[in-house]
Ligand binder design. Sequence first.
Ligand code: UN1
Length: 499
Amino acid sequence: MPHQNYIDGQWVAAKSGQTFESLNPATGEVLGTVPKSGLQDVDAAVEAAARAFPKWRAVPAPRRAEILFRAGELLVRRKEDFARMVTREMGKVIVEGRGDVQEAIDTTYYYAGEGRRMFGFTTPSELPNKAALTFRDPIGVVAAITPWNFPTAIPSWKLMPALVAGNTVVFKPASDTPILGAMLVELLEEAGLPPGVLNLVLGPGGVVGEALVKHPGVSLVSFTGSTASGTEVAVEAARQVKRVALEMGGKNAIIVLDDADLDLAVEGILWSAFGTTGQRCTAASRVIAHQAVRQQLLDRLAPRAAQLKLGNGLDETVNVGPIINAAQLQKVHGYTEVGQREGAVLLLGGERATEGELSRGFFYRPTIFDQVRPTMRLAQEEIFGPTLSIIPVRSLEQAIEVNNGVPYGLTTSIYTADVNRAFQAMRDLTTGLVYLNAGTIGAESHLPFGGTRKTGNGHREGGWTALDIFTEWKTVFVDYSGRLQRAQIDLVPQTGENP
Ligand code: UN1
């Protein structure tokens, strides 16, 4: 089935007529052909979004929200179809495919609800007979540039708050998961979005993404992807004083203290390190283990990791799906070589899995390195694959220092039964998310999501905080005194009488 761009309410091919294929990373199967768009397609989409903006911003937010509620209902009904496509196009196992879609459903309903909230503030004025109030205004045309690892959830984090707030959008999904991008747009069209309000341009990030970021008609770029690409986005956006919200890399850790419930910690580590084949910004790629329990932990963890079943995620018995593509597989294996060169001890995996059907896909064995030092590249750089480093430490303080001593700051987990140490950790861990006695993944759509340091640029997606990305404050003063009143100058005496 050919998929197309969606511009100004029409499904259209790329102006150049060029196409590319979307592949199943588990099997190599061609899932469909999609437009390989260029600058002209981006121009047409941005122009359509700009034309639609004045009308869309004038629609009352509760009415905009009704379209989102309908989209949420449609997604509930089609959850299984979407989930199966998530598994086929992205590779994650089917339970996680369902989770991805559920997160999009939750997010869609949440922002539909915002249509009847989007609270502003009112506050007293310093002058009599004067009111002060604030409104959230939409910003304009939003470019939503999204990654392949959560092909429905992450687009929903951007599209839903942007739309409910009255912006119009040009959506550029990752070129590894274009069909899911098109499916999501089809669903929103069916839910009733007017032409031009949401536009889809498929194609490579280096062309389409870059053109969107550079386009003077785009007022806000919301980007999730690598820190390298996000930095380019920020530099270009700065030149044009565009609003920009970035969600980028992670190097998340699970801290296991000497009083931890080790069985519970093992479950959290397996899920966080090898779930989604480690391809989450929230994946755990470090375990910072107290020396007193490190060996016991490894004795329980390694055999369990070795038993994880690799394969096509549509098979419900499979635990770990493929890596997204050949380049990522190469990168992940490159880090195995880096770790060995740096002198870390390879305990498990470290190679491609090619037996039987696996040879058709990009499979890599769950990999564990022990005796990793915090300064090694293995312990500092984002890998985005099923590679876990065990870093021994001797105290909570050292664990916190190691945790915080990386360029990223998305999520941390700590296993301990000691309430004093738990609160100390909550205070001193400098990541955007912290989990107590749970792994590093599991963020919920109605709470702020984002990270410190090079993980982001200070914004938080999810929850009410995403509205700060997709709106700007307008402060309004209403003077109903009928005379000139000068702020800061006409000081009213505290007796209550006007001067
Ligand atoms: C991501 O890793 O890119 O907490 C997003 C989680 C998910 C979202 C992850 N709810 O892992």
